[in-house]
Design a protein around this ligand. Sequence first.
Ligand code: MG
Length: 371
Amino acid sequence: MYPTRIQTISVFDLILPLRRPYSVSGGRVQVDRMQSVIVRIDTECGLSGWGESCPFGSAYLPAFAAGIHAGIAELAPRLLGEDPLHPEQLSHIMDGQLSGHDYVKSALDMACWDLLGQHTGLPLYALLGGRFSKGVDMMGVCPNDRPEAMAAAIDELRSIGYRCFSPKVGGDVALDIARIRAILDRIGPGETIVIDANRAWRPDEAVRIMNAVADDPRPCFEQPCETLDQCLSVRRLTRQPIIVDEAVLSFVDLLRVQSEHIAEGINIKLGRVGGLTKARRMRDFCVATGMCMNIEETGGTLIASTAAVHLAVATPPRWRLATSDNTRLHDVIPASGGYVFEQGQGIPPQMPGLGIQPDLQILGAPTARYS
Ligand code: MG
């Protein structure tokens, strides 16, 4: 049935206790649970679309779970009655109603894409560009720890099937050099490694650390410093590829990264940039201008990660690095279906839309409902 309109928006809260407390950015960001917000959009023709936005705690990005609730309360009345099958238009409407706060819009945008997929009978990857491969490389992550413990964590991740690793560093210079050396000793042929400082280094620290390990061509370095200006100063004094993550919040930031040659790659997190619509726009720009990408989510469950896997598999492999696997940090699985983890790869479902079926018993009653 067409046309269709948004009839109800329901919001669910989900606490995700982490298997182990997680420390990044040299201990500046410490998280023992994630607070996820899951959204269901019901249409008058009977379809339900699902989305998720999950900041990684409240100190990782300018985003927090209570902010998502407040933002959705601001946006929902404007979205009721709109056609969810036009995600670009919905994204434009949301920007007109609420400036910034893209992490709020991500879950709503994702639910619209899910509806578009269900309505057309196509999996999301088909709507986002096609299927360039069976699956995408998933990224195994390990938090700040002692050098030998981080090296052991790489071995453990490999035993699960990962071939791409993102160890989190960010301490004093000597400690981080020791960590990186210990980790690089464990990296084998065909494996890729991204050393992620999560903004922890001052520019002078980043330069010293990166130059101390410059004899090894394998690692990329992610978000060495807080700001794009600081990353640019590091770019000028080092040689390894740099990937920017937290400092890119909008397309304008990405434009600057590319035009000023601040980095060779970007980490596109759906929740950070405003959902699939804006992430796809960034992805297309990166393909057109020659930047490599991690395509992933900030946090969350199978729902959010499946959306990221759909966009990643719809991206030409030449430009694609890997997709972080947040679902392995906790044991909450609030949906069936979704992407399958197989030998280090994430394989998207072929069902229409996201390809997930939420478990209403796990989600519980909605904490807010707009109709
Ligand atoms: Mg990162």
